[in-house]
Write a new protein. Structure first.
Length: 567
């Protein structure tokens, strides 16, 4: 049974009085402030969070951050001096879930935004981009698919980072995908669709307003192509109604003055200037169950009327929530996803921000949902927990990392090879992460070979950049005052067992198990990475990277690495 078939049954009965033949209404309202639903979507409470062990709190924190393509390193969250057999949270990271919520409600200052733009684009004194100063390298033609990932990475946790992530998420769904694969679309459509989403989300426009602004755009028409398809896809994408052939014909009549030019004329949206004058009734009900729609409905005469009916319809909010929940709660039952969206919509959700927060901060999501991670959720969050820096220029995780992920066909990181195209497919990404043999093999190899066992991307070093020695603090190594490379003191002080816990927490968000510790210590000792110091095993100096390669190679073969787990 499809969830999109359920909502009309639940909602249309309750809103029959609304669905009368009438003039279409305009979408309205814009919400401010935070959103906290009740019922199935009830947020994880502070007491529930405090009842978790400190290790479980770290897993929950990284589940929340990982969903937004971020992560928090172990040595920030925990006090390493206390050891990691029974980890202790650093002061300042208590009640961290609430801290995250407060952070994504807070806009960055104009100066902070400019600093990120300068970092990514290499702006000079006159605000002109200078590639030689930029932190990242983008392709000349496909930058619109690459830069959103850089923004998500570089914005500190804030409303700016949350908006960038939400816009990227939505642009990869069937509701807003610019469908760059089609011959009638192009990279400009990707850029404009993403920018429109960012602007609407930034202004806290309602779901209805954002959909209403998207419907008449040339980007939507380049995907639908014809007036009748505009109706068919409008009903399917934004209301979840799939049996609307007759209604779509009527929409085609109302929109008959609009058309998409052919390839020679650049697939532009044009008008004949001969608009429809014959009112059409759409979305009537079948009151007798005989297949004839004979009651209620909406009068439309123009395409603008159709846009207003669609974006103002009672099914818009349940449908928008459904699309998001199908990704974030992909492995939960239909009843669970339905209960989540009913709770959120009934609690008065207005914006996409409300929908995302309602799911992300719910107890059900943070503690009880288990699902495969999308590639960005695994890869980018792990980059952060491992303290990755592109200046290491290590493999494919160098300054071209976003190009390698989003558009570079010949790179291992290329997500299309994983069935996880970026803003490309007409139907968007599938809600279920592709786990067929080929897609997952590419996913695994990209994560394992380019990041986990590629220790140069995270170990830390002293690099010569433009003739100047620069300290790149990494997971293990830094430099002293004389610019000599050293092991970070808090890492050097860890026992071999605690160092294993440190590595496991960094990529799996859990401590090493007893058998894992026993077996890995034997392997590491036999490999010469540990030494016996007066009866005590210690890690040999500068062997942390060697140990990490072995441990991460093992971790890369565990299914749990690729899942958000239940707590």
């Amino acid at each position: 049974m499809n969830i999109t078939k359920i909502y009309p049954l639940l909602i249309l009965g309750a809103t029959a009085a609304v669905l009368q033949a009438c003039d279409p209404g305009l979408p309205s309202d814009s919400a401010t402030g935070d959103f906290s639903p009740s019922g199935f979507a009830e947020p994880l409470s502070g007491s529930d969070y405090e009842a978790l062990s400190d290790a479980e709190k770290y897993r929950v924190a990284n589940k929340l951050l990982g969903t937004m393509y971020k992560g928090i390193p172990v040595d920030e969250f925990f006090d390493l001096s206390a050891g990691l057999s029974n980890p202790r949270i650093n002061p300042g990271y208590e009640n961290y879930i609430q801290q995250v919520r407060e952070a994504i409600n807070q806009d960055l200052s104009n100066e902070q935004v400019r600093n990120v733009q300068t970092l990514i684009n290499g702006l000079d004194e006159n605000n002109n981009p200078d590639p030689d100063r930029a932190k990242y390298r983008f392709s000349d033609s496909e930058r619109p698919k690459e830069e959103p990932l850089a923004l998500i990475q570089e914005y500190p946790l804030s409303r700016h980072s949350f908006v960038a992530w939400m816009a990227h998420f939505l642009a990869n769904t069937i509701m807003f995908s610019p469908a760059e694969e089609m011959e009638s679309t192009n990279l400009q459509d990707v850029q404009n669709t993403y920018k429109r989403l960012v602007n609407g989300l930034t202004e806290r426009n309602s779901v209805r307003q954002i959909i209403r602004s998207h419907l008449p755009s040339v980007q939507r028409w380049r995907v639908a192509r014809t007036p009748e398809n505009t109706g068919i896809e409008g009903f399917e994408l934004y209301l979840g109604l799939f049996e609307t052939k007759e209604d779509s014909v009527r929409v085609g009549t109302a929109c008959k003055d609009l058309y998409l030019t052919d390839e020679d004329d650049g697939y532009e949206l044009a008008s004949t200037n001969f608009g429809n004058t014959d009112p059409q009734v759409i979305l009537q009900e079948d009151t007798n169950g005989d297949g004839v729609h004979d009651s209620g409905g909406f009068f439309i005469t123009t395409c603008d009327d159709f846009y207003n009916v669609l974006s103002g319809h009672p099914l818009v909010m349940p449908r928008a929530c459904e699309v998001i929940a199908n990704y974030l709660m992909a492995e939960r039952t239909l009843d669970d996803r339905l209960a989540m969206c009913e709770s959120i919509v009934n609690s008065g959700a207005v914006t996409f921000e409300d929908l995302f927060k309602g799911i992300l901060f719910s107890r059900e999501y943070l503690l009880n949902t288990e699902r495969p991670k999308g590639f960005e959720e695994t890869f980018m969050s792990t980059m952060n927990t491992l303290r990755w820096d592109p200046r290491n220029n290590s493999g494919e995780v160098d300054e071209q990392v976003w190009r390698n992920m989003a558009t570079n066909t010949f790179r291992r990181l290329y997500m299309r090879n994983m069935g996880w195209d970026t803003m490309t497919l007409k139907i968007g990404r599938t809600p279920n992460v592709p786990l067929d043999a080929l897609s997952f093999a590419n996913y695994h190899k990209a994560l394992r070979e380019q990041l986990l066992i590629n220790d140069g991307s995270y170990e830390g070093r002293i690099s010569n950049i433009d003739g100047v020695d620069v300290v790149i603090d990494g997971l293990f190594y830094t430099a002293d005052a004389e610019m000599n490379q050293i092991v970070k003191p808090d890492i050097a002080a860890l026992t071999p067992t605690d160092f294993l816990h440190f590595l496991f927490l960094s990529v799996l968000q859990r401590q090493a198990g007893g058998t894992e510790i026993t077996e890995l210590l034997t392997v590491l000792q036999n490999s010469g990475h540990l030494e016996n110091d007066n009866g005590q095993l210690t890690v040999r100096e500068f062997r942390q990277d060697d140990i990490a390669r072995i441990v991460f190679d093992y971790a890369s073969r565990l299914p749990e690495l690729y899942y958000f787990k239940q707590i």
